[in-house]
Design a protein around this ligand. Structure first.
Ligand code: ATP
Length: 210
C-alpha cells in the first residue's frame, strides 16, 4: 500500500515528517511518496522555486527508506492538481491500494480542489488532526458518507474508495512559522531537519523574507 503526501514543503518541517511516519507505521505503508507541488493551484506561488523545495524533501527523507521524494509535479506543466498526480500513480500501480494523506486544514479545503469528487475513485483518503483546525463539515462529510473503513485491513483489501483517520501527537509547526522565524534571523533547529537547515543559501533566506 502506497501513501501519497503532497504539499508546498516551503520548507519541509517536522510536522510533515511526523505525519509521514505516523502514516507509514499505522497503515503499514510500503512507501510514502512526498510530492512537492510545483505550482500550487490555490495559493500564491511560493517565493522559493520548486526545485529547491524538492531538494529539501530529498535531504529530509535520506536515510528513511520508506519515505520517497517524488518530483513528478515538477515535470508537469500548468497547475499541480492532485487528481492528475493520482491518475498517474494509478496507471503505474493499477491494483495497489493508494492512500492520499491529508492534514485537517487541507481536508477542509478539499471542495476547492480541481475535480475533488473524483479523489475517492483514485485513492483512499486518510486524515490527520492538526492543532487548532476545526472538524470536517459538508460537503466533505457528504462525499465521505458510507465510505468509512472499519480497519486498516479493509483499506488494504481494495485500491481506493474508503476513508480513515490516523492518530498523531499534535505538532504545532507550520511552514509559515518556519519562514517567519528565518526571515527574522531566528533558529529553526528542532523544527526543520538539520540537513535541510544546512542547505539554506542566502538566496533562499531572502526568498523566505519576501
Ligand atoms: P504553510 O504554513 O506554508 O501553509 P504548511 O506547514 O501548512 O505550510 P504544507 O506544505 O502546505 O505545509 O502542507 C502539506 C500538508 O501537510 C497538508 O496536508 C497539511 O495539512 C499537512 N501539515 C503540515 N504541517 C502539519 C502539522 N504540523 N500537523 C499536521 N499536518 C500538517
Amino acid at each position: 500500500m502506497i501513501g501519497v503526501f503532497g504539499g508546498t514543503f516551503a520548507p519541509i518541517h517536522k510536522g510533515h515528517l511526523r505525519l509521514a511516519m505516523a502514516a507509514r507505521n499505522q497503515l503499514r505503508l510500503d512507501q510514502v511518496r512526498l510530492i512537492p507541488a510545483a505550482a500550487p493551484p490555490l495559493r500564491a506561488a511560493p517565493a522559493v522555486p520548486a526545485a529547491r523545495r524538492l531538494r529539501w524533501v530529498e535531504l529530509a527523507v535520506a536515510g528513511e527508506r520508506a519515505l520517497i521524494a517524488d518530483g513528478r509535479e515538477l515535470r508537469r506543466a500548468g497547475p499541480s492538481f492532485t487528481v492528475d498526480t493520482l491518475v498517474e500513480l494509478r496507471a503505474e500501480h493499477p491494483r495497489e491500494p493508494i492512500c492520499l494523506l491529508l492534514g485537517q486544514d487541507a481536508a477542509q479545503r478539499l471542495p476547492r480542489w480541481h475535480q475533488w469528487r473524483r479523489l475517492p475513485e483514485l485513492a483512499h483518503l486518510v486524515f490527520f488532526h492538526r492543532p487548532g483546525v476545526a472538524p470536517l463539515r459538508e460537503p466533505v462529510t457528504r462525499l465521505l458518507r458510507g465510505r468509512r473503513a472499519r480497519s486498516v485491513a479493509q483499506l488494504r483489501a481494495r485500491p481506493a474508495g474508503l476513508w480513515w483517520r490516523c492518530a498523531m501527537p499534535p505538532v504545532s509547526v507550520s511552514g509559515t512559522e518556519v519562514r517567519r522565524r528565518l526571515a527574522r534571523g531566528l533558529e529553526v533547529k528542532g523544527l526543520v531537519p538539520d540537513a535541510v537547515i544546512a542547505d539554506f543559501t542566502k538566496k533562499d533566506l531572502e526568498a523566505f523574507a519576501r
